[in-house]
Write a protein that binds this ligand. Structure first.
Ligand code: ZN
Length: 504
């Protein structure tokens, strides 16, 4: 009988913040114990960043820009991991923590018997003070104070040092006096926490009976704004961080008036909040696996854990996860637990383009029609390596693809070819390339001088050329058309896309 599959995707989880990825803090004690009996792939690379350029590969084994860079999400009828497994007789369910880019409206509900994306609930529940964050913190005091503030602000723009002073005083004023103290961390959180998602998954698992199943959970706990549960802070030994402090840190981290050197002031505390989100995911996955055991489903169950992209903490001056190709964004954890197989580490670069075919192969389900990319299961199982580099791509600067009219999605491509040692980034906007030797420079601080390593450059350039040519030649006109028509219908139904969803 084919094995069941549980796929866990954790938004924003950097590879180097998981214990089994070498992190020094205890973010993942349960997953570390699971890793000891699993296949671990320490060089797992996403196919695109952020969410909207990563998930087409995870679900449809398709390069993110392959059916047109103006298309978001999956095309109607595009074969997906879920639809293929459903056709093979699997029961299928998804519980996704309110990330709009992977909701049913972008095709991710295809193939699922049960699909919950929590988006309605999330909109109704949050009382996160976003207006205050935008600088409207005076609330109803209005009138005189607001006019005085506007005059001061105008005056401050006459000299850079005055502008910095004004911005700092105004930020501190808003944080300390203008906004009422938050009720709790729970009241600030933007997304359903992992315990709620796992609760729903456990209820569904109790209904599946003997047939093989595919369960997908997408968890948002490490996603900004970083508001972990109080319990997670306690598990990490940081119970002293109050809700008010967490809010201060999050608002500080979003400031656009500060340079990276100034943001460094609270970077470590912000990372503490992010790490606590990971710790909560770990605790809830332990609960999920306990339920699978209790229901007698664990022994026939594959579990894969990965992420759609990483997260920046000023590694190269940036924050969060705008489209980009540096290691902190493209390297994600990948753990593959397969019952009755020994644990092993596969160190070759593994593109998430190959994840869906690999999972289907590992489960012993029927081979796929319509998936272009290959299974790596035989190599992973036997400890063999492979040479093909991973290719990652995105549209430079496309931080809010909902704003279609601005041409955001049609800007030039950024593309990286990532081997075990060398990585080349091609910037089609500036027509520049940067080559890194990751062995000598793992943090990508010193691109190799132009004119050096010409053989490597030629090899990686040829790989980039083949990738672009292949995706162009294989472009499926029917899928492109269906995706465009589907999006037009979405626009008729709901012309104003929410701007608050930018940057997932
Ligand atoms: Zn994401």
């Amino acid at each position: 009988m084919a094995k069941s599959i549980v796929l866990i995707t954790v938004d924003c989880l950097r590879a180097d913040h998981a214990g089994f990825g070498g992190y020094h803090r205890p973010t993942t004690p349960f997953l570390d114990s699971l890793a000891a009996e699993s296949f671990v792939l320490p060089a797992a690379i996403v196919a695109g960043t952020p969410t909207y350029y990563s998930f087409p590969a995870i679900f449809a084994a398709r390069a993110p820009l392959a059916i047109g860079r103006d298309i978001l999400g999956l095309a109607p009828g595009e074969p997906t991991l879920a639809s293929v497994l459903k056709q093979t007789g699997y029961a299928t369910a998804a519980f996704s923590a309110a990330n709009p880019y992977i909701s049913a409206r972008f095709g991710y509900g295809q193939g699922f018997d049960v699909f919950r994306d929590f988006l309605d609930e999330e909109a109704a529940q949050s009382d996160s003070p976003r207006d205050e964050a935008a600088g409207n913190g005076h609330g109803s005091s209005g009138g005189r104070l607001r006019r005085m503030n506007q005059r001061l602000q105008r005056l401050s723009r006459t000299a850079p040092s005055l502008a910095r002073l004004y911005d700092e005083v105004y930020f501190q004023y808003c944080q300390r006096w203008a906004i009422p103290p938050p009720k709790s961390l729970d009241s600030l959180r933007r997304f359903p926490s992992a315990d709620r998602i796992v609760d729903q998954a456990c209820s569904w698992l109790a209904t599946v009976g003997k047939q093989p199943f595919f369960l997908w959970l997408h968890l948002m706990d490490p996603h900004a704004p970083y508001y972990p549960t109080q319990k997670a802070l306690e598990l990490m030994g940081w119970a002293q961080i109050s809700a008010q402090r967490a809010r201060y840190l999050n608002f500080f981290w979003q400031r656009s008036d500060l340079r990276p050197e100034s943001l460094m002031r609270h970077r470590d505390e912000v990372i503490v909040l992010y790490d606590s989100g990971i710790r909560w995911v770990d605790a809830q996955l332990l609960r999920l696996v306990e339920t699978l055991r209790k229901l007698g489903l664990w022994e026939n169950c594959i579990l894969a854990l990965t992420a759609d992209h990483g997260e920046e903490f000023l590694d190269h001056g940036g924050r969060c996860h705008p489209p980009g190709l540096m290691e902190e964004l493209i390297c994600v954890p990948l753990l593959l637990r397969v019952p009755d197989t020994p644990s092993r580490t596969a160190t070759s670069p593994f593109s998430l383009l190959n994840l869906a075919p690999t999972l289907i192969d590992t489960a012993g389900a029927r081979p796929l029609a319509g998936f272009q990319n290959e299974s790596r299961w035989q190599q992973i199982r036997t400890g063999a390596s492979w040479d093909d580099p991973a290719v990652v791509e995105c549209v430079a600067g496309c931080t809010n693809p909902f704003h279609r009219e601005s041409g955001n999605r049609l800007r030039p491509r950024l593309l990286a070819v990532r081997e075990a040692r060398y990585k080349m980034i091609f910037d089609f906007e500036s027509s520049q390339e940067r080559l890194y030797d990751l062995e000598a420079d793992p943090r990508e601080l010193r691109p190799l001088a132009i004119g050096t390593e010409t053989t490597v450059r030629r090899r990686l350039l040829e790989c980039a050329r083949r990738h672009i040519e292949r995706t162009r030649n294989e472009r499926n006109a029917n899928l492109s058309l269906r995706a465009r028509l589907s999006e037009m219908r979405l626009e008729w139904a709901e012309p104003a896309y929410p701007s608050a969803t930018a940057g997932f």
